[in-house]
Design a protein around this ligand. Structure first.
Ligand SMILES: Cc1cc2nc3c(=O)[nH]c(=O)nc-3n(C[C@H](O)[C@H](O)[C@H](O)COP(=O)(O)OP(=O)(O)OC[C@H]3O[C@@H](n4cnc5c(N)ncnc54)[C@H](O)[C@@H]3O)c2cc1C
Length: 438
């Protein structure tokens, strides 16, 4: 059987190594620590948690990340097994003892008879005779490998910073206030959702942006290139009251259907996924704290009850433009022997990174059937490999907005019904796989 080479022993690489080895493949896991370091990792342990010790909500009935936990458990995840074994009291969240967790993952991989761990940096594209490779080098991929990937993907396929604008669930937007229209009726004529502001609302909004509490850049993030190109909204606001009205909030070419007039300022939302359930706030990348974003962005007329699928951010983050570069099984279209997994594919978070690692491990092992799009695995995978718009692609957490609609159910019942559908479909998918493997 072909050896699978996995580059990076973080959340995704560890999960991919375990999954591939359990499926019967020989695996070589290449991890650069401690030979070379990243700016965030502190240890030489595999699957080190670089910041929080939480895997977020463990509620598989009502929360999409809790559902993903449960799906991973059922699919034999090493990361979830180690997390459950080192769980700490944290209400409804799955928080772990980070040292115990990482040690358990490291020991399990070291002890596996089909896994070899090499402590070395892969500083360029892997040799051509490695025909089955998973790149799982994460948001802090070493510079020389990142540059090689960037060259292979035509220079603009890999970003060094994310610049995330908040993403809103469409069903929470008030269409008694907002209307659909493209600027100057271009394109299809009604591609954007528009939220109008009068002069007073605009002035209050600018003041709130300037006063809002912000998060700081980490020392090592300040030196990363490509930051000036995507200024946070509050920085633009602080450059002058009118700056945003001549930038992302400009009202020209738009007419409020209720008043028949051009509003003083406009916030526009653009469709963010093929399903049309998620809409992103155009140009609203921000370093405001999450609580502040919710408070301030709900001041926008029409968004007073907004539910956010994702809040904004701006971080050092290496990720590729997966919707345009990868096929459905996470292979690079221009070089199918290279598969990607983890945060570098444009998912966001420990759990999502590990989940994509698990799927990459399955695909690399020849278990090729895709997870149903109604499952959390499938919804996340479908989003990054095609559902998301490649022109505006930014990292994404798992959330129910990525799942196909379920007619009839609303609110909490809807989430419950979606979770039940997901787990039922997952079990069928896993059974099919088991049968195929036997
Ligand atoms: C500073 C920071 C804080 C974060 N905080 C959180 C948080 O609190 N909660 C959350 O859910 N997510 C957080 N994330 C996002 C993300 O979930 C984590 O980064 C997560 O670890 C990603 O998993 P991964 O497997 O893709 O990458 P990683 O876990 O980073 O694993 C990548 C591995 O590849 C290795 N590597 C890199 N380049 C090479 C190379 N050329 N050769 C060999 N090995 C290489 C690295 O040493 C590392 O071990 C954070 C990200 C950053 C950067």
């Amino acid at each position: 059987m072909e050896t699978i080479h996995i580059i990076g022993g973080g959340l995704a690489g560890s999960e991919a190594a375990w999954t591939s080895a359990q499926a019967g493949h020989a695996v070589v896991l290449h991890e650069m620590r401690p030979v070379a370091k990243t700016d965030a990792h502190q240890t030489d342990g595999l699957a080190e948690l670089v910041c929080s010790n939480s895997f977020r909500s463990d509620d598989a009935e009502n929360n999409a990340v809790g559902l993903l936990h449960e799906e991973m458990r059922r699919a034999g995840s090493l990361i979830l097994r180690a997390a459950d074994a080192h769980k700490l009291p944290a209400g409804g969240a799955l928080a772990v003892d980070r040292h115990g967790f990482s040690t358990e993952v490291t020991k399990a991989l070291e002890a596996h008879p089909r896994i070899e761990i090499r402590r070395e940096e892969i500083d360029g594209l892997p040799p051509e005779d490695w025909t089955n490779v998973i790149v799982a080098t994460g948001p802090l991929t070493s510079a020389s490998l990142a540059q090689s990937i960037r060259t292979l993907t035509n220079d603009d396929g890999l970003a060094f910073f994310d610049a995330i604008a908040p993403v809103v669930h469409r069903e929470s937007i008030d269409f008694d206030v907002c209307w659909m229209q493209s600027r100057y009726d271009k394109g299809e004529g009604a591609d954007y959702i528009n939220c109008p502001m009068d002069q007073e609302q605009y002035a209050a909004f600018i003041a709130a942006l300037i006063d809002g509490e912000k998060t700081d850049f980490k020392e090592w993030e300040k030196t990363t290139p490509y930051f000036e190109g995507c200024l946070p909204i509050e920085v633009m606001a602080s450059r002058g009251v009118e700056t945003l009205r001549f930038g992302p909030m400009k009202p020209v070419g738009l007419c409020d259907t209720r008043t028949g007039r051009r509003p003083h300022a406009v916030v526009q939302l653009r469709q963010d996924n093929a399903l049309g359930t998620l809409w992103n706030m155009v140009g609203f990348q921000t370093k405001l704290k999450h609580g502040e974003q919710t408070r301030i962005f709900r001041m926008i007329p029409g968004l007073q009850n907004a539910q956010f699928a994702r809040l904004g951010g701006l971080h050092r983050n290496t990720f590729i433009n997966s919707p345009s570069l990868l096929d459905a099984q996470l292979r690079l279209k221009v070089r199918p022997g290279l598969r990607f997994a983890g945060q570098i594919t444009g998912v966001e978070g420990y759990v999502e990174s590990a989940a994509i690692g698990l799927l990459a491990g399955r695909f690399a092992s020849g278990l090729g059937t895709l997870p149903p799009p109604t499952t959390a695995f499938g919804a996340l995978l479908a989003h990054i490999t095609g559902g998301a718009d490649s022109k505006t692609f930014q990292p994404m957490n798992v959330n129910f907005g990525l799942f196909p609609e379920l007619k009839g159910a609303r609110g909490r019942d809807r989430k419950k019904a979606m979770s039940q559908r997901a787990l039922a479909d997952l079990d069928v998918w896993l059974d099919e796989k088991r049968e195929a493997a036997e």
